[in-house]
Design a protein around this ligand. Structure first.
Ligand SMILES: [Cu+2]
Length: 223
């Protein structure tokens, strides 16, 4: 294990035990040259842990040719420890949800193309206001309806030009789910093609309206 400046430890690929490699001291200059020689970034990034190392090699630390490689690695440790913490804070603050309505562009198990919300699910936090923005490329209306959550928002349609092109419309609403749980929303407007019998709106899981992944989805409310 490598000891970092702040006292924590981590395992560096050069220390062995990762991909079966054996520990071997590598002068910093040699390490850079060899990795460049790999040719593709993809090949180099095959080992996920190598990414911070790449940053280190292009930073000032790499220029200290006399420094042992392990010191260069230690300088990247804050990146490794801070990234997960930042992601956690984002969730706790309450996510903004973005959805897109695609008209007749998602193929169903019946082989026909259907209207759909993509993505159709959202994860929220109880008691935390959530702003949802829905961009619709359909010229018809839809809705995001969930009686249990007191949610019934109309999603306005885009504007169709004579050419048939749609200028999308964005509907934004904010609501606060009160109680944790798994809820199901559906679109309450008549939509999807008549040819398919409005399939995307008809009964799906547990005999509830709307097809999951098309005109229905889950709303997961965390504690
Ligand atoms: Cu709909």
């Amino acid at each position: 294990m490598t000891k970092a400046a702040d006292g924590s430890t981590f395992r560096h690929p050069e220390e062995g035990d990762v991909e079966g490699r054996t520990a071997r001291p590598v002068p910093s200059g040699e390490g850079i040259t060899r990795r460049k020689a790999l040719g593709t970034v993809g090949a180099f990034l095959g080992a996920g842990a190598a990414l911070p190392l790449l940053a280190a090699c292009s930073g000032p630390a790499a220029k200290a040719a006399s420094s042992p490689t392990q010191k260069v690695i230690s300088a990247t440790l804050p990146v490794l420890t801070q990234a997960p913490v930042a992601a956690k804070q984002e969730v706790a603050a309450g996510p903004d949800v973005k959805m897109t309505v695609l008209p007749g562009e998602l193929k169903g198990p019946d082989g026909l193309m259907h209207d759909a919300f993509v993505p159709s699910g959202m994860v929220l936090k109880a008691g935390v206001p959530a702003t949802v923005a829905v961009t619709s490329y359909d010229d018809g209306k839809h809705s995001v309806t969930c009686k249990e959550l007191g949610l019934d928002e109309t999603i306005k349609g885009g504007t169709a030009a004579a050419s048939g092109d749609i200028t999308p419309a964005v509907t934004t609403f904010t609501f606060t789910p009160k109680t944790a749980g798994v809820y199901r929303w559906h679109c309450d407007m008549e939509c999807d093609s008549a040819k398919s019998g409005h399939w995307a709106m008809t009964d799906d899981f547990d005999k509830q309206p709307g097809r999951l992944g098309y005109m229905a989805g889950w709303i997961v409310v965390l504690k």
